[in-house]
Write a protein that binds this ligand. Structure first.
Ligand code: GDD
Length: 441
């Protein structure tokens, strides 16, 4: 249900300025996205025909009061240059800048380090989006809640199964007022199944003083800090006293800020009933691809392939790809630039990346076929379907935990008639015999 409340207007009738920050992380993160992140930074990996971070930008572009987006990360400056150039043409109303942290500063440390850049133009509030989530980003609904409650902060929440909740930040809220009463990051025991989606809206006048007082607290009781991030933040573990200063700059919204915000009573949660998934493991790109394709289909996107006897919607085919008319694709398939799909091939619930080739009569199910990889004639590359509402991409096979999605890294080859099942295959490997439930190094 969306709140229909007009945006707060300034005396001169214009809308209060809003900015957005996208936290893109850096090369020491995204390790669970291997082998795909060996060749491309995770935020630039394409799902449903576009880089993951493009989906965040598209949602931001739907908020009329946003004119500037800061991408904050610690990748090299050159990494996002082309993406920003292309996106600036696609979203001309938005200025996009990349701000590089000199080291991983944590989810709040980067915001604080670049506070002058964020505060430039005097925005009254700004969104923060984790780049590694896939959702419909209901930013206008969050803004409406923020304005109706005169909030200091709004967080996007979603319900997950009890067994999955403790992998995320957990929110205890008042169902009637939507006030956040209590926030715990990845709690050890169950407190709530309403979880943090990694999307926030903050009042600038509140969040920076909150981060500042967290820094002060940290300085007053300096000690070894290890954060329960899902991928341990390398720089959060300091042994050398000389690193004390650096340690104090590493701050996380989730552990250092959000629970204090809850104590201040002006922190609210907008619960989305729409889709939401994390994009952590390489395999999680497959459900994210499916969710974004389904959304594109619901909104009548012209980018999708027209349905036919051999195209089961939704399917994205890059205009430079070659697909034999007798190949059957879909549902939930993306075919990248210059990829070639041969006669009689079957591709379902999969991503086929740039310059890959699927030869005639091959079958690709629940898989990612890496850049320039080749799947031979009559070969079978397949993963295992998992429930739609599952938040994991691993399954148990023969008592062993394996990835449910089969992934071929860059420039791999699968021989004719070879069967590859539930495998993760590192770049440049040639598979000449059947393999199952293995990581091929
Ligand atoms: N710029 C920058 N600098 N970005 C960072 C840094 C950093 O030092 N550390 C993490 N990020 C980015 C990541 O790239 C990702 O987009 C986001 O911040 C969160 O990453 P994690 O730190 O790995 O947290 P998490 O994914 O385990 O958990 C967070 O997200 C969940 C939702 O996906 C928490 O906010 C959870 O509470 C939440 O449920």
């Amino acid at each position: 249900m969306s709140l229909q409340i007009p945006h707060r207007e300034k005396a001169n009738g214009s809308q209060a300025a809003t900015k957005a920050v996208i936290l893109v992380g850096g090369p020491s993160r995204g390790t669970r996205f291997r082998p795909l992140s060996l060749d491309l930074p995770k935020p630039l990996f394409e799902v449903a025909g576009h880089p993951i971070v493009w989906h965040c930008l598209t949602a931001i572009a739907k908020v009329p009061s946003i004119q500037e987006v800061c991408m904050i990360g610690y990748y090299d400056e050159t990494v996002f240059r082309d993406f920003i150039k292309d996106s600036s043409k696609e979203f001309p109303q938005i200025k996009i800048v990349y701000l590089r942290e000199y080291q991983a500063l944590g989810t709040a440390g980067g915001l604080y380090h670049f506070r002058d850049a964020i505060l430039k133009g005097r925005p009254e509030r700004f969104f923060v989006l984790n780049a590694d989530v896939c959702c419909s980003f209901p930013l206008n609904d969050m803004l409406a809640l923020f304005e109706s409650r005169d909030a200091e902060a709004v967080i996007l929440g979603t319900r997950v199964g009890e067994e999955a909740a403790s992998n995320f930040g957990c929110i205890v809220s008042d169902a009637h007022t939507r006030r956040v009463l209590h926030y715990v990051e990845k709690p050890e025991s169950h407190i709530s199944n309403l979880i943090n989606c990694g999307v926030y809206l903050f009042a600038t006048e509140c969040i920076f003083p909150s981060i500042k007082s967290a820094i002060k607290k940290r300085t007053e009781r300096p000690r070894l800090v290890s954060y329960p991030s899902s991928e341990n933040l390398e720089s959060s573990y300091f042994q050398d006293e000389d690193d004390e200063e650096k340690k104090n700059e590493v701050l996380r919204l989730e552990q250092d800020i959000l629970s204090d915000l809850a104590d201040r009573n002006q922190f609210f949660v907008h619960e989305t009933k729409d889709f939401w998934r994390q994009i952590k493991t390489a395999g999680s790109a497959v459900p994210a691809n499916a969710l974004y394709l389904q959304k594109a289909m619901q909104t009548g996107s012209k980018e999708l392939a027209k349905p036919s006897a051999n195209i089961l919607q939704p399917v994205f085919i890059h205009p430079t790809a070659t697909v034999d008319p007798s190949a059957k694709l879909g549902p939930n398939v993306s075919i990248g630039p210059r990829a070639v799909i041969g006669a009689g091939a079957r591709v379902k619930e999969s991503i086929v990346l740039e310059d890959a080739e699927i030869k005639h009569d091959a079958c690709v199910l629940y898989s990612i076929i890496g850049w320039n990889s080749r799947v031979g004639a009559w070969a079978r590359v397949e993963g295992t379907p998992t429930p739609v509402n599952s938040h994991t991409t691993s399954i148990i096979k023969n008592g062993v935990k394996v990835q449910s999605i089969t992934i071929l890294g860059k420039e791999c080859g699968v021989g004719d008639e070879v069967r590859v099942q539930n495998c993760v295959c590192l770049p440049f490997k040639e598979l000449k015999r059947d393999v199952a439930n293995e990581v091929i190094m």
